[in-house]
Design a binder for this molecule. Structure first.
Ligand code: DSN
Length: 414
């Protein structure tokens, strides 16, 4: 690289990633092939429109790449092109979610998603997000006592508020989601069910979490979390959606139109190519094993943390993530994540349900196992990681040396 300043900073970031334990559940490590596609000359090309219907010339190879990405995405999730369409152009998860709302819910009408501080997402109708400004948003909670979803409460709220679209899928929910129950709720009020599987897409693809596809009208996902692809997103639309038919909506067309020209200009074709690469990588027995190991590791980490006296939100984990109530031990989430970082353990502070503290210094930290599992760590190492976390937070130790040793034993291979 001729730009020495940026080259140096990239190298330092590579070293940071190699020599720390990433426990942020929404992060992962991509393969060399995904990086190569992202860093390719595809970034030079404008391709506004869709395959075989572009506004610019010179798109013959670009068209093939986008068609391949779509075909591979459908195959990965075992979807028939006759029944499902997929749009691979959203720049990332937030515009993908926005595009779905733009396509299916008239501006100003009501949507219903989970509250951010309960584990939802900004784009599920939070008041600071466009999704909470351009639409009327009602938000559901999780059960105060069990800290899991209470489907009957969600049904009641849906019946009372009569939203036009219900969103399921979360960013800080450590348990299995019952998509069938969400379908029943959406059907009870005759509205769209949108499922955002950004966090668990890799688990769904690998068979480590039930699939939303038998139940949803639309599924959105980022591609860079458990799915281990580039920073990007996809929207799957159910061509057989009864709600779309009842509303006289061609759901696939409406979503394509909302993505482009509704929200975006030219797709980032380097990202689209990297999605294609990632979809193929995920469509393998090796990835399936990976997805199952992510969950095994999360359960092992959760069990060990509980054994060390920590209170976990909902009492454990069924997926790739864990929420520790650190405030219960008198430590703020901000302080906890900062102290962990000093020892090379990277986590993020997070609200817990009904958090009495603020989002900038909440009661929890959120941990996830996708990255450590990509590095090859298993249950044995999760026990070590749990002990390191406990040593830092409860015994005030600096465990940098042990962290580095573990990182060296499980190098990042691309
Ligand atoms: N920022 C993502 C996460 O960490 O869960 C969600 O957008």
């Amino acid at each position: 690289m001729k730009d020495k300043k940026i080259e140096k900073l990239i190298k330092l970031e590579q070293k940071r990633q190699r020599e720390t334990l990433t426990l942020i559940p929404s992060e992962n490590l991509v393969s060399g092939d995904v990086l190569e596609a992202l860093g390719s000359e595809l970034t030079n090309k404008y391709a506004e429109g869709y395959p075989r219907a572009r506004y610019y010339g010179g798109n013959q190879y670009i068209d093939e790449i986008e068609e391949e990405a779509r075909a591979r995405a459908l195959k990965l999730f075992k979807l028939q092109p006759k029944k499902w369409s997929v749009n691979v152009q959203p720049y990332s998860g937030s515009p993908a979610n926005l595009a779905v709302l733009l396509a299916l819910v008239p501006l100003g009408e009501k949507i219903m998603g989970m509250r951010l501080d309960m584990g939802g997402h900004l784009t599920h109708g939070h008041k600071v997000s466009l999704t909470g400004k351009a639409w009327t948003s009602v938000q559901y909670d999780i059960d105060r006592k069990t800290e899991v979803l209470d489907y009957s409460q969600i049904l009641e709220l849906a019946k009372k508020e009569m939203p036009k679209l219900i969103i399921a899928g979360f960013t800080a929910y450590p348990r299995t989601i019952d998509f069938k129950k969400f379908r029943e709720i959406a059907d009870a009020v005759g509205v769209y069910l949108m499922v955002d599987i950004s966090h668990i897409a890799g688990l769904v693809a690998g068979g480590a979490h039930p699939s939303p596809f038998p139940w949803a009208d639309v599924v959105t996902t980022t591609t860079h979390k458990t799915l281990r692809g580039p920073r990007s997103a996809m929207i799957f639309a159910n061509r057989e959606s009864k709600i779309a038919a009842a509303n006289n909506v061609d759901i696939a067309k409406a979503i394509d139109k909302a993505v482009f020209p509704g929200l975006q200009g030219g797709p980032h074709m380097n990202q689209v190519a990297a999605i294609a690469v990632a979809m193929k990588e995920a469509d393998s027995p090796k990835f399936k094993k990976y997805a199952l190991q992510v969950v095994k590791n999360s359960k092992a980490l959760a069990a060990e943390l509980i054994g060390s006296g920590w209170r976990l939100v909902s009492g454990g984990s069924d997926n790739h993530l864990i929420l520790i109530d650190v405030a219960e031990k008198g430590i703020g989430g901000k302080e906890a994540s900062e102290r962990l970082e000093k020892s090379g353990i990277i986590a993020n502070k997070n609200t817990i349900p009904y958090d009495p503290r603020t989002p900038v210094d909440p009661s929890g930290i959120r941990l996830g196992t996708p990255t450590l599992t990509t590095r090859g760590m298993k249950e044995k190492e999760m026990k070590i990681v749990a002990k390191l976390i406990t040593d830092v937070l409860l015994k005030n130790k600096n465990v940098s040396r042990e962290v580095l040793k573990l990182c060296k034993k499980f190098p990042i291979k691309i």
